[in-house]
Design a protein around this ligand. Structure first.
Ligand SMILES: NC(=O)c1ccc[n+]([C@@H]2O[C@H](COP(=O)([O-])OP(=O)(O)OC[C@H]3O[C@@H](n4cnc5c(N)ncnc54)[C@H](O)[C@@H]3O)[C@@H](O)[C@H]2O)c1
Ligand SMILES: O=C(O)CC[C@@H](O)C(=O)O
Length: 528
């Protein structure tokens, strides 16, 4: 009997879906061309949704997706998915960023060659019966300068091919380093240098508020006369109205477009212009790319459903394998510290300060903080909380969050310490991990201890005087609660914290019996 149901709502290579189809845990339903209403009606039955770019995953659909844990996008751009709404609902969004890089790069090159040699126009004329050898004089790529805006996966592959064609390459990307540019034989440039110094300009960025209309009236005015423009990334990076004008007045000799501000581009004048080569968003449309992205995303979805590690989450921080190895014990420990802190907090939480000490502080620690928040907020919000929405829920509860890092701690090589500031008090919990002993809780409040963070713990704050442990032990024994081990933390002011690892939480009556023992100040139990 399959445990999980996955809906595939866009045409996706079945060969690529094999990992899901083969899993006995998963039932896959392929239902394409659903209307938004039809999707809303059925989405509540599914644990995961797999889309390409047709399905628009809106906030309304997510609202109806009560069981949904993950959305897989077989491709790079997630602009058809409401990612903030997914995050609010705790749904992981994953994409397949690598599988269509080469196809899209090759398509960009095909478009550049087609535009430079006017192949589509000549093809159409000949198909229509005219042998015309005069109207289609093109230009060579050799010795021309190409400016690449966005030097990620696709942009950098375009550069490799442009160099093979004898072109000079200018590149701009906020993350491009001089060393990388040099090693690839491209000139690291500013947007202005690219705009003013290129014969061909191609964009390979995502569409963001910074890249919207990256090329507009002002940029076209400063370009070389007869420049040629390409967009195989996202409609909207180039201002289409400004491009129409620049093509019409001859500033831009030609354009090659795979993507449009609105798709399909019904009534878009660019599609009608003779000097514009167009394709209907075909960058990733190769057999190879579609199989690659489907394989990648299907494997990732299966991992998510089965609780295994996964990469490529759009709304979660990503970790390298090395970081994951170092952080893994702290991810679990942090969640348990969060559960512990929530059990100790009796009034509303205002601020959480997470401090990392030692080599741990050198890691990308955000996932550890998320784990703490998950452990803590699950106490209040139950199963609704996960790694994706925990920071959002904290923000919604107006809990201030602060991360601090310190290179060393006086006692521990590595330490994770969290102060939870509530309306009336501050609760401190801290833990560490050593390869030889595993994870340990080493501080609760002001008490220093050494506890295994597992099972059910009974915490009793008491006056430090003989007989206290015996009295508590007798009451628990009488109630049939078995004590597995015990640790005590002491303060200089004569107050102790006894922590008993028990086989089950005592019932309400037993707890009250302990609470009224002379010298006992408080009793809590927590299951980690
Ligand atoms: N036409 C298609 O079918 C098709 C297929 C695949 C990808 N795409 C699109 O191509 C684009 C690039 O994909 P990719 O896989 O190379 O992504 P990528 O994330 O590897 O690269 C994008 C690069 O853009 C850079 N960038 C972000 N803001 C920038 C800015 N303001 N100026 C300059 N650079 C900026 C980023 O730093 C990054 O290096 C995406 O928009 C993607 O959706 C289109
Ligand atoms: O699914 C497609 O063909 C579009 C792919 C592309 O736009 C992407 O962003 O990956």
């Amino acid at each position: 009997m399959p445990k999980y149901r996955v809906l595939v709502s866009d045409p996706i290579s079945e060969q690529g879906l094999q990992a899901l189809l083969d899993s006995p845990d998963v039932e896959v339903d392929i239902k394409t061309d659903l209307s938004p209403q039809e999707l809303i009606a059925i989405i509540g039955d599914y644990d995961a949704l797999l889309v390409r770019s047709q399905t628009k995953v809106t906030a309304e659909i997510l609202q109806a997706a009560k069981k949904l844990r993950a959305i897989g996008r077989a491709g790079v751009g997630v602009d058809n998915i409401d990612v903030p709404a997914s995050t609010r609902h705790g749904v992981v969004v994953i994409n397949a960023p690598d599988g269509n890089t080469i196809s899209t790069c090759e398509h960009t090159f095909a478009m550049m060659m087609a535009m430079a040699r006017k192949i589509p126009q000549a093809h159409m004329k000949l198909k229509n019966g005219t042998w015309d050898r005069k109207s289609f004089v093109g230009v060579e790529l050799k010795n021309k300068t190409i400016g690449i805006l966005g030097f990620g996966r696709i942009g950098s592959e375009v550069a490799v091919r442009a160099k093979a064609f004898g072109m000079s390459v200018l590149a701009y990307d906020p993350f491009l380093t001089r060393e990388r540019a040099e090693s690839m034989g491209v000139r690291m440039s500013t947007v202005d240098e690219i705009v003013e110094g290129s014969d061909f300009i191609t964009v390979h960025t995502p569409l963001t508020k910074d890249t919207k209309h990256l090329l507009s009236h002002d940029q076209f005015a400063r370009m070389r006369d007869g420049v040629r423009i390409l967009n195989c990334a996202r409609g909207g990076i180039i201002d289409e109205k400004a491009l129409v004008e620049a093509l019409a007045n001859g500033k831009v000799a030609a354009a090659a477009l795979d993507v449009f501000e609105e798709e399909p581009p019904i009534g878009n004048p660019l599609v009608e212009m003779d000097n514009v080569v167009v394709t209907p968003h075909l960058g990733a449309s190769t057999e190879e790319a579609q199989i690659n992205v489907a394989i990648d995303v299907a494997k990732e979805l299966l991992n998510i459903l089965q609780g295994l590690p996964f990469r490529n989450a759009v709304n979660l921080p990503s970790l390298s394998n090395d970081s994951l190895r170092t952080l893994e014990p702290y991810l679990t420990l942090a969640e348990k510290l969060g559960t512990l802190a929530a059990n100790l907090a009796i009034d509303s939480v205002r601020k959480i300060e997470v401090t990392f000490y030692g080599p741990l502080a050198e890691q990308q620690t955000e996932p550890v903080t998320r784990s703490f928040l998950k452990g803590m907020l699950s106490y209040y919000h139950g199963e609704e909380v996960n790694y994706v929405n925990a920071p959002f829920l904290a923000e919604q509860s107006q809990i201030q969050l602060k991360e601090t890092k310190s290179s060393r701690h006086d006692t521990y090589t590595e330490l994770l310490k969290v102060s939870v500031v509530t309306e009336n008090t501050t609760i401190i919990v801290a833990g560490t991990h050593k390869a030889t002993v595993g994870p340990r809780i080493v501080q609760i409040g002001d008490f220093k201890l050494d506890l295994e963070p597992n099972g059910t713990l009974l915490l009793a704050e008491n006056r430090d005087k003989p007989g206290m442990i015996g009295k508590v032990g007798t009451i628990l024994g009488g109630a049939g609660v078995n004590i597995d081990s015990m640790k005590v933390g002491k303060l200089d002011n004569g107050i102790s914290l006894m922590v008993l690892a028990v086989d089950r939480a005592p019932d309400e009556e037993t707890r009250r019996e302990i609470e009224v023992v002379d010298g006992i100040f408080s009793v809590r139990d927590v299951t980690l």
